[in-house]
Ligand binder design. Structure first.
Ligand SMILES: [Zn+2]
Length: 192
């Protein structure tokens, strides 16, 4: 019968298309999973920086890491007390180090990981540095609970602000290391 090859061909084509679709879907799920894992690991590095700030009594429990092509290009922790500089926030210091190291003033090919949701000053620095993505651990309220009273920019970061929205992709991870550094140091922290 003449129609048979056509039907067989049609079914084969459908099966092929289905297989391609399933492969793409699987690859996408894998890459999402990989991204979560990668984000988690770099956030661990930011949490470790936060721990260093507390251990050395150099500042509050805040750390930041800047990553480019899967590699850390700069990491820093809060040094407000050490430098006697109220602007020496982890994110600011990390941005300064990354720009110096890469020899440029924009970090559009980088991702920043911060142990805590950034304050308005640090977020402005990220904006100026054209950082396209931010991953953070603790919410601004956690820093507020410790006694750090910087009126946060959470509304803008969370996209609930009335006027200007940010183009920066922001992701939050509930991270045990970040929770630990906040909880463990809750009575030791020096407010500035
Ligand atoms: Zn800040």
């Amino acid at each position: 019968m003449a129609w048979r090859p056509a039907v067989v061909g049609g079914v084969a084509a459908l099966l092929f298309v289905r297989q391609v679709y399933l492969t793409i879907r699987k690859k996408r799920a894998e890459s999402d999973q990989n991204e979560d894992e990668v984000d988690y690991n770099f956030l661990t590095a930011a949490a470790k920086e936060a721990e260093v700030a507390m251990r050395k009594e150099e500042g509050g429990p805040f750390g930041a890491v800047i990553v480019r092509n899967g590699e850390i290009v700069a990491q820093a922790h809060n040094e407000v007390l050490k430098q006697k500089d109220p602007t020496a926030h982890a994110e600011i210091l990390a941005i300064q180090k990354a720009c110096k190291k890469l020899g440029k003033i924009e970090l559009s090919d980088c991702v920043i990981y911060s142990s805590c949701e950034p304050c308005p000053m640090s977020f402005a620095a990220m904006y100026l540095a054209r950082l396209p993505r931010l991953v953070y651990g603790a919410q601004a309220e956690a820093a507020h609970d410790l006694g750090f009273d910087s009126s946060h920019i959470a509304d803008a970061i969370r996209g609930t602000s009335q006027f200007q929205k940010t183009n920066c992709i922001v992701k939050r991870i509930v991270h045990p290391e970040v929770c630990k550094v906040f909880w463990k140091n809750r009575t030791k922290v020096r407010i500035y």
